[in-house]
Write a protein that binds this ligand. Sequence first.
Ligand code: TTP
Ligand code: CA
Length: 373
Amino acid sequence: MASSLQTNRVIIHVDFDYFYAQCEARENPSLKDRPIVVCVYSGRGEDSGAVATANYAARKYGVKSGIPIIQAKRKLQDVDAAFLPVNFDLYDRVSESIMSILRGHAERFEQVGIDEAFLDVTLKVERDFAKATQLALEIQNKIMTKERITISVGVGPNKLVAKIAAGRQKPFGLTVVRQEEVEAFLGPLPVNELLGVGRKTVVVMQEMGVNTIGDLARFDLDKLVKRFGKVLGVYFYSSAKGIDVSPVQERGMAESISHIPTLKEDTRDLDTILEEAYKICTDVYERAGELKLSFKTITVQLVLQDMSTPSRSRTFEAPVENLETLKATVKELFQKLLVEVPAELKARRIGVKISNFSATRQAQKHITEFTAR
Ligand code: TTP
Ligand code: CA
């Protein structure tokens, strides 16, 4: 039965605070106390584009995700603010390191986007919320110490409650909601805190006299079904009561792992390219190891000065077993690729990708043990 499943789980939700901006502050501590605005420039003029995110110092002035850069500049005109372009390579790297720490603490793990994850820790904490609270603090501190990034954490009896809890106190917050506290916790919150209740639905619900999650939980189910249809009506009704039986589950296996950094200087010199490429090899090889994945396909790629992206790849019959094979193959592929590119063009970025994954023997053993239980 749904309710028994529910009361038995302990789920942690993690959301990284002002993530892109916090990565920038970590890399450049002199920015720490200044308003930071991370921008996606459109390429059409220096102020054209949108704000990806901003730190809390900038949010105080009303700067937030999605507003035009020009508007953010106006809001911060009298302040010493830093406007920075997005650096996805950096955010990906930081995200991967944090996710791999989080994964190590979970029985079941589910990454959601670049800066959110669910951890099912039911057995580990023996269904005890006091132990879960300790664990959540430990995780927060570990990520602060190792990665110098603050995260906000929610602990709840299911994913729905844990996620809303994580958003309640930010930054560096921890909110714990036990099963018996769910109703009192959710009741006063506005309905748009529920996943799937967007702006239009809010308007419809307001017309029905429903403003808070508590209002929704007390509303007549039949009327909700008449208005929203069976699936949505039942979903809204049970969500408002804090019911959610969806499991924490690993999202589909990654299709590939790659890294394609920008070179310090444009070049077509093989040794220079290989020096960088070998670093990427180590990086992607270690990442595959952490994820317990082995790979059969290796691809190298160049981004040339004209923005064309020639590539070459090789697929082995058996999984690649060591870093040396990866490096040797990458060398051979770059040699061949460079011969093919027009002599007048240099490379701006170089990339190495591994793909065609299967779980390693170690991981398979783990999966078998798990299903046998
Ligand atoms: P969020 O988790 O929504 O925001 P945040 O991490 O910046 O701030 P908070 O402390 O409130 O959690 O989004 C995660 C990242 O996704 C964010 O750092 C930048 C990016 N993003 C965009 O690029 N555009 C957007 O409109 C939003 C909402 C996020
Ligand atoms: Ca976030």
